[in-house]
Design a protein around this ligand. Structure first.
Ligand code: FPP
Length: 248
């Protein structure tokens, strides 16, 4: 396999982890077994990102819409999340990984919230990589919340209308302190964004693979990163402008 260029790694990788259910069905297993296997891929992608020196990794672990799934599946996902957080704490501490979360976390069961905040607190001094879990997350809800909070600040006089810029709006999002993703990976071949980081992915490179999430391991991840490195990111400029800019 071609080698990755360490100077051209994405700073921030975001992942829509899809296909646990289909993977399980193909194997004649329960959907829960698919999610369980999905955890191995989470561990694998976290480790590989850390080894490569990727600074920000954001995983769509549970969407605002996922609450509509059968009760027992929601419960199983919450249990898996709780167990994952407890089991991975040591590895996060040993490897300089800071845990972060985005979304309406207050909707999660209290015991999961407790484990989550404890892990976030204990890893808060780490700064080699930030692992962000999107939990009960929805991009539209996030933007709506930002608009509401801006209005509140306008009413209280701490924000003026002419101060509302793109950067200011960004500072009201869950991702205020994070760079926008450079690369968004979606597994299991669906060509959808599914309400993930809507504002933040304006200029993000998108990589969609047919591989189901439980089969997405190091090699598949490296393929996605190599593909990203072959692309020319223009941010609305022409290719010539970019060439001139990078030369000068
Ligand atoms: C999509 O598969 C996956 C999810 C609903 C969330 C991903 C969850 C995990 C990998 C496990 C828990 C996560 C962490 C971080 C501990 P799907 O059920 O939508 O698959 P399908 O589309 O094939 O049915």
């Amino acid at each position: 396999m071609e080698r990755l260029n360490p100077d051209k790694l994405p700073r921030h990788v975001a992942v829509i982890m899809d296909g646990n259910g289909r993977w399980a069905k193909k194997k004649g297993l329960t959907r829960i077994a698919g999610h369980q296997k999905g955890i191995d891929s989470v561990r694998n992608v976290v480790r590989t990102s850390r080894e490569l020196g990727i600074r920000w990794l954001t995983l769509y672990a549970f969407s605002e819409e996922n609450w509509r799934r059968p009760k027992h599946e929601v419960k199983a996902l919450m249990n898996l999340l709780n167990r994952f957080l407890k089991a991975e704490r040591k590895e996060m501490l040993d490897n300089g990984i800071r845990l972060n979360c985005i979304g309406q976390v207050e909707k999660l069961p209290p015991e999961v919230q407790k484990t989550l905040w404890q892990t976030i607190e204990r890893t808060s001094q780490n700064n080699d990589m930030t692992l962000t879990l999107a939990l009960s997350y929805g991009g539209r809800q996030e933007i709506l919340g930002a608009v509401r909070n801006m209005l509140k600040d306008i009413e209280e006089g701490t924000l003026k209308e002419k101060q509302i810029t793109e950067d200011r709006l960004s500072s009201y999002l869950y991702t205020a302190d994070m760079p926008d993703p450079d690369l968004l990976i979606r597994t299991s071949g669906e060509y959808r964004i599914s309400n993930f980081l809507l504002w933040q992915i304006a200029y993000t490179e998108i990589y969609i693979t047919p591989t189901l999430w439980p089969d997405f391991h190091k090699e598949r991840y490296l393929e996605a990163l190599l593909d990203y490195q072959k692309r020319e990111r223009r941010f609305g400029s022409t290719g010539e402008q970019i060439a001139r800019h990078t030369k000068g």
